[in-house]
Design a protein around this ligand. Structure first.
Ligand SMILES: Cc1cc2nc3c(=O)[nH]c(=O)nc-3n(C[C@H](O)[C@H](O)[C@H](O)COP(=O)(O)OP(=O)(O)OC[C@H]3O[C@@H](n4cnc5c(N)ncnc54)[C@H](O)[C@@H]3O)c2cc1C
Length: 402
């Protein structure tokens, strides 16, 4: 009887898990004996790392040809729940029908979402750049600002959160506002974070570059404060300052998919399952966790994977390989990813490329930007639908880092 691997999610982790599983099945000469299926709303890869950009084009490349080339089936729907004891999942298809599917191995690759805390006005008035639909909503809002009467609130954007996403969204915003409001429009962009200095968490080296980039791109900082409330025309900070704005972009905080939270076993504060070295969910037999749904050590030095595309692509390969390996009798591959880099886009200043967990600055400005553009337009995109070429880069050891 055909065995079944089902993967929830066609993001970076789910895509690479499916290819890596198909590769392992082919390696073992068991094609036709194990079927690989991805379930997600649409057979596309949402390029979440680019959703802060000024021009939202080609942000959801189609995976249909690629999945067909490696023999992976796609089912359009949402996984609602997992019964790991019965080895079944319940699925709502995009046509609204419900069904229960059984599996031999299930890979949870349903990713994460931005977390919105219970701040008055945030649910109704906060914008975000986290998912395709919310990024398009922010874009439409920015483009429509010009049709509003000129005012301080119209001309001011406040970005809440000074992490990677907040810094990228804030430093890109002057480009977007110039396009929306006109070259000579007077506008303000303000970034707010409760850290003592915006960018402090990236270390002193990187902080100096970030401070320079914020100054050069004209982004004002409010450090050491929190957003306490907002409405359609203003945001209030914990310092008591009230800033007139029609646009608050919320970027602070992520949570793993609810499906991760539902799984038994230990979780971290972001809702991620604490996985074992092979990316199995230790308390749910037959279930693998990958991408933004898992927390595991990346090395022997006490570092853990952040929620990142860089890690999701490697975690996906390892989870896919191991799920298939258990079924076809290949050795399992432990997850390890000692090299860590970050490439932070800082708008017209350029980009900041760092290496290591202590974020040593390697490239800045134009040199950094060239790397960022390569990452954002080539490396994280799905490869061409060529089975042999794709299998060659789908082994669990393969890592995309400069
Ligand atoms: C603005 C922004 C900038 C970023 N910048 C960077 C960066 O510079 N570098 C970096 O490394 N990372 C960056 N990230 C983080 C990165 O995008 C995520 O860590 C990465 O997308 C995680 O990949 P994933 O496959 O685990 O999940 P996702 O990419 O979130 O994919 C999840 C998939 O699961 C599907 N899904 C969700 N729920 C279900 C369900 N119930 N059933 C079926 N399918 C489901 C979704 O439709 C999607 O296909 C950024 C993120 C954002 C938002």
């Amino acid at each position: 009887m055909t065995q079944k691997i089902i993967i929830a999610g066609s993001g970076f982790a789910g895509l690479w898990a499916s290819i890596s599983a198909a590769r392992a099945i082919a390696l073992a000469g068991k094609e036709g004996e194990v079927e690989v299926t991805i379930i997600s709303p649409v057979p596309t890869l949402a390029i979440r790392p680019r959703l802060y950009e000024a021009v939202l084009e080609n942000m959801d490349p189609d995976l249909t040809a690629l999945l067909a080339a490696v023999g992976v089936r796609h089912v359009a729907g949402w996984v609602e729940s997992v019964d790991h004891g019965a080895r079944t999942i319940s699925v709502t298809a995009t046509d609204g029908s419900h069904r229960t599917l059984d599996y031999d191995r299930f890979i949870l690759a349903a990713g994460s979402r931005l977390f919105r805390p219970d701040i008055p006005g945030l649910a109704e008035h906060g914008f975000e750049a986290d998912q395709l639909e919310t990024a398009y909503a922010l874009d439409a809002h920015l483009k429509a600002l010009a049709s509003r009467p000129d005012s301080d609130a119209r001309n001011t954007v406040v970005v809440a959160g000074g992490g990677l996403t907040g810094l990228e969204a804030a430093t890109e915003m002057p480009i977007r506002l110039r396009a929306a409001l006109g070259q000579d429009a007077g506008f303000r962009v303000v970034i707010v974070d409760n850290a003592p200095e915006i960018g402090a968490q990236f270390g002193l080296d990187a902080l100096a570059q970030i401070t320079e980039a914020l100054a050069e791109t004209g982004v004002e900082s409010r450090a050491g404060v929190r957003v306490t409330a907002m409405d359609a025309d203003s945001v209030t900070l914990s310092s008591g300052e009230k800033i007139a704005t029609n646009t608050v972009v919320w970027t602070a905080g992520m949570r793993a998919s609810d499906l991760a939270v539902q799984l038994p076993g230990d979780h971290d504060a972001l809702g991620r399952v604490i996985g074992d070295a092979y990316l199995r969910a230790p308390a749910a037999n037959g279930v693998f966790v990958t991408g933004d749904t898992v927390k595991v050590p990346t090395d022997d030095l006490g570092n853990y994977n952040p929620m990142s595309c860089q890690h999701a692509m490697s975690l996906g390969r390892v989870a896919g390989h191991n799920a298939a390996a258990e079924l076809v009798g290949l050795p399992l591959h432990p997850y390890s990813q000692p090299k860590y880099v970050t490439c932070l886009d800082l708008g017209e200043w350029g980009a900041l490329y760092t290496e290591g967990w202590d974020r040593q600055v390697r490239f800045t400005r134009d040199e950094g930007k060239k790397i960022k553009q390569e990452i954002n337009t080539v490396w994280i995109y799905p490869p061409a639908a060529d089975r042999d070429a794709v299998f060659a880069v789908a082994n669990p050891d393969f890592m995309i880092v400069p």
